[in-house]
Design a protein around this ligand. Structure first.
Ligand SMILES: *Cc1c(COP(=O)(O)O)cnc(C)c1O
Length: 369
């Protein structure tokens, strides 16, 4: 057997939508981007949505449009994908890390206030693996210190915190549509916000700093080409139309894993709080009482069985470039590090069959004996 870690779920409608675009002259800046934005804003319950070329570009524009720049600090988590911290560095701002809650794997809100300085401009919580952060506490702190909240919701489309969709709980939020995410546009991302100024600024910044209503070759500010093509947006529309089906399928796969793995004593299953609805991005288990060497060995054995797996995440502060730039070393964020050393992301996608899950569980059971 050869079981991939992730794969997209593309149906007939998706193919039809993309083909339709190819028969028109509008391959960029056409009707699809507008429709995708409208449907997405509606789905999240936000006033505005701005489609961009990828999630990282979306985060960058959120940093820019919140006026975060040289010397400013942004509080975020070291246990995430690299772009949630890189987006600050793009603008010469400093990501300031706060360690995580070992249960939810999200930023520990109780440690945020200690990290705030007179340079702090924003909090950038990441809903890791699709599990929402404690947003009441985070937005409460932000209000107290007059900070922006930029939600990295790239792994959490459709996740809910106390009945409300994530991405729309702070100043602005970002989603991503790379093929390993819950829904995909190939490459793509989306900014959502209720702030008209931020939405308009992001629309200008993604389009080379053009004014929204002026001539094509008039550039009002330093901008980028962070546009997304009509084909990508058509794919996104078709995926979004069946997002509930997609999320339900993923929940079913996660439940099957939970059921079949709960007897294995050495494994800790993914945690889910009761005041939230999780949107399953990946299925990540933790090995109890083990070190990195043993975890790596287990992963190696799984790969030998044809079971793809990954060590989500390697902490950002220990990435070579961060060590060099900021002088971070092992021990700086010990909870993130100890979690990172013991996690394994198992194959997880809508098309995973019961037979395959049984095989993966059988391999794991044998390896862990
Ligand atoms: C996927 C992801 C992003 C954005 O990724 P792109 O590949 O740029 O679309 C940002 N943050 C997190 C936490 C992610 O998982």
């Amino acid at each position: 057997m050869n079981i991939p870690l992730s794969q997209p779920d593309i149906g007939k409608e998706e193919i039809k939508y993309v083909m339709k675009v190819l028969k028109t002259p509008f391959l960029s800046i056409g009707p699809m981007v507008k429709e995708f934005e409208m449907l997405f804003a509606d789905y999240i319950g936000a006033k505005y949505a701005v489609a961009v070329s990828n999630g990282t570009a979306g985060l960058h524009l959120c940093i820019k449009s919140n006026d975060i720049g040289y010397g400013d600090e942004v509080i975020t988590t070291p246990f995430s994908f690299i772009s949630s911290a890189n987006c600050c560095i793009f603008e010469n701002a400093k990501p300031v890390f706060v360690d995580i809650d070992p249960k939810t794997l999200n930023i520990d809100h109780e440690k945020i206030e200690d990290a705030i300085t007179s340079n702090t401009k924003a909090i950038l919580p990441v809903h890791v693996f699709g599990h929402p952060c404690n947003m009441d506490e985070i937005t409460g702190i932000a209000r107290k210190y007059n900070l922006s909240v930029i939600e990295d919701s790239c792994e959490a489309i459709g996740a809910e915190y106390e009945g409300k969709k994530v991405g729309n709980l702070g100043t602005c939020g970002v989603f991503a549509f790379y093929p390993n995410k819950q829904m995909t546009t190939g490459e793509g991302g989306m900014i959502v916000t209720n702030d008209k100024n931020i939405a308009e600024l992001c629309k200008s910044l993604r389009n080379q700093g053009r004014a929204l209503d002026k001539q094509w070759l008039s550039h009002e500010r330093l901008g980028y080409n962070y546009r997304v093509s009509e084909m990508n947006c058509a794919l996104g529309i078709a995926q979004l139309k069946r997002i509930e089906e997609i999320l339900n399928k993923r929940e079913k796969v996660a439940s099957a894993y939970n059921r079949k793995l709960k007897e294995i004593k050495k494994i800790k299953l993914p945690f889910v709080s009761d005041n939230i609805k999780v949107s399953r991005f990946v299925y990540v288990i933790q090995l109890k009482d083990c070190n990195k060497k043993y975890r790596d060995k287990v992963m190696e054995e799984l790969e030998k069985c044809g079971v793809s797996c990954s060590n989500y995440f390697q902490p950002i502060h220990l990435q070579p470039f961060y060590r060099k730039m900021f002088g971070y070393k092992p021990g700086d964020y010990s909870i993130s590090e100890s979690i990172a050393d013991t996690t394994i992301a198992l194959p997880f996608n809508n098309k995973l069959k019961m037979k395959e899950i049984d095989y993966i569980v059988k391999c794991l059971t044998r390896i862990l004996q």
